[in-house]
Design a protein around this ligand. Sequence first.
Ligand SMILES: [Zn+2]
Length: 461
Amino acid sequence: MHVHLLAALAVVFPMTPTPYSPPALADRVSGAAVKKHLEALQSIATAAGGNRAAGTRGYEASADYVIEQLRQAGYQVRSQVFTFPYFRESSPPVLRTGGSSHLVSTLKYSGSGDVRGTATPVPGQGCAVGDYRTVARGSVALVQRGTCSFEDKARLAQSAGAGAMILVNNDGEPPHATLEKPGVRIPVVAVGRSTGSRVSGRQVRVRVKAESGSRTTRNVFAETQGGDPNRVVMLGAHLDSVQEGPGINDNGSGAGALLEIARQLAATSARTSNGQVAPLGTAVSNRVRFAWWGAEELGLLGSKHYVQHLSSAEKKSIALYLNFDMIASKNFTYGIYDGDDSDKDGAGPGPEGSGAIEKAFQDFYRKRGLPFTGTDFTGRSDYGPFIEAGIPAGGLFTGSETVKTPAEARLFGGTAGVAKDACYHKSCDTITNINDTALDVNSDAIATVLSKFATRLPRRR
Ligand SMILES: [Zn+2]
């Protein structure tokens, strides 16, 4: 009945305005415009001492930049603040006996200080209060590794009054070890076994200059006002870099592409065919939500925080999650997350629906006559918490420290035997560490797949 009535109305009012059909989103998103955002992030890093790491002014300025651009495009922007354990050494550690320096590493979350005292061997494993009886106040506890955690040992040494602690490894190298979280106040360093016996019983100087404590950082979100809020298409990219460099490919590339796509999506939906201004996102039938994650490099902290704090209804409303972390590697492959595990590599398939996401990206490259390859859900980026929550996921990844194979070089060009991103997590991940072709193509790929899913969700198969 209703169907018939509607058909009759259509005959009576044939001049019903046709829905505004905006130019394809991908046509509006240019690689050059995305590159401008990367140039802005590079300037921010340069002004902030060379990086945009969580907890630093480089990150805060990056978030401010993204927020300002989104606001200008008409979005209401939301930030989600969270605290995280912060650690940064301001100079290399020192271990000296008399005139000689020893090879030494700082334990992550070590306290700071410049301590002179006798290196006093702790009997046993140093896991019991009694082990520290021989450690005089202000001296340096020399502790073997084993049995209990480094944090336990450091806390026992600190309680016993030690001024510092030296952890002795089982072999020749000082280990890269951690105290797991901030809280220990004394300097804690590690040495190889032979250095341990060389300094034992002698006057030593231990110096660590570091900041260990809590800091806050934030995720940034923007979403369309239009589209069904119970059918959210979510896209995310981490906005933080490592402390070692400006992080322009990792992950200015993904963050910049999403920013430009969000801007252009707002522009396409800001007008209707009769010239009226429409609520943001009128052109989409599903809600589109963009996320810029904080503290990804410290263990996916921003995306974990977000997913953990979703109600079950909010979780259910997210139809799928698309992740973009490194999409313009210099020696790239066009990698698509292997949603259905057809590659039979590493992790299994993503939640049902992830295969359809993979296929949507494959369709894009196929139409462009471009090669593509699968890339495993290794758990190394922000899709991890979404997959764990059962949300279908997918996205793009052009490669990091892994070396390009001869077969990949035949398919994608570039150089076999060289890392896909030779500057991965290094100071040289600058604006010159971007492959402009990959940046342009992948920005179009994201825009194309987003347009598709914003209109119609993939089948959950
Ligand atoms: Zn990354």
